[in-house]
Design a protein around this ligand. Sequence first.
Ligand SMILES: [Fe+2]
Length: 468
Amino acid sequence: MSINMMASILAMTMLLLSVVVCNGGLTGSYIRKPWSVDMPLDSDVYATPSGYNAPQQVHITQGDQEGKAMIVSWVTMDEPGSNEVHYWREGSPDSTLVAEGYHVTYRYFNYASGYIHHCLLKHLEYDTKYYYEVGIGHTVRQFHFMTPPEINPDAPYTFGLMGDLGQTVDSNNTLMHYESNPKKPQAVLFLGDLSYADDHPNHDNVRWDTWGRFTERSVAYQPWIWVTGNHEIDLAPSIGETVPFKPFVHRYPVPHKESGSTEPFWYSIKRASAHIIVLSSYSAYGKYTPQYQWLQAELAKVDRTRTPWLIVLLHAPWYNSYNYHYMEGETMRVQFESWFVNYKVDLVLAGHVHAYERSERISNIKYNIVDGSCRPVKDESAPVYITIGDGGNVEGAADNLTMPQPEYSAYREPSFGHAIFEIKNRTHAFYSWYRNDDDYATQADSMWFFNRYWHPLDDSKTSISQHY
Ligand SMILES: [Fe+2]
């Protein structure tokens, strides 16, 4: 390439790429291809581990309230095999511990699952690397994970944020970018819609197995915190499937009972300096329902002197300015938004819309049926709402936006990607979003979060958007 050509490419790039210190109201104009298909079944990302009955689809999630337990799950296809997990602290292989789990199976139309094992490892030490093994004989497979630091208001911790992942080439790109992120995130907050098996004929549950093998390379080594999305419902009365959430609850257990929840669809965990509340957009949440009562009690239990960062995860966004799933989160917003403002929630994360959007700190809680004052207003006690349903699934990107962009929408762009929430201490956290089309370190949108309890100043001017 000639020097002249390089110079003109550089000049064009400078014109196309603008870095903006912004205070709301930007739409990235980057247009990507709108459609994807699931990776073929013989793709190498779905490779089955060799050996008879070898454990596959290994995944872990936090197993208690405080981060001292881990649920290890895996699938054996030929026979039940062992329910045991052997595990030890790094450097102490001679003091191997053994935990006994259990296994379940389920049928879905004409599909019969493998043997799905779950095993709780308890009384783990904080901030410690553990190795663990599943399987027997020649098919033992070894993995490892780090436990979080002891709960402390200034404990730094780095979460990855992903949603609506699916299993296309774009999904693989998202996971690859996540794994390569130089911030080295330690756990994933996954905003729902995992496998998209239900987009295949008869909800082909083989696609739950392939998704489990595809994601193992990350989720076997760090916990993913699960949210229930609409693609987890798997309700199909026409083929006799009348029990909602069947594949999801058999495969992805969560520690809901530890937080006093009666169902695995809403629960909470604490991790490092964060109190994380998971809600279900697809379970009843009206007054008197179990989820309503649980959330009311849960918010009253949050201790910001122990866990300063209050983060809520749900699937259907409350503030969404795309022409997809428009206002699907509205009834839940009406029900709970005033609570979030009263309790000064820092951040609400959602998926569902296959795009990216970050809001200003706004609330819309003045409205009642007679006063007519229904309008989002700037509110320093309100959370920032982030939609990150841009994992890259088979349904493609949400590239149709409402116009004009509403004032409450700080930045939006229909590109695939992931984000990072990097807690520094009790007052500051750095948030950054990464699009798949950039290199691994490019922060396409970022913002310093000031904690709403310890440092409730205006943080809206800290955002930087790097858009095409
Ligand atoms: Fe969804």
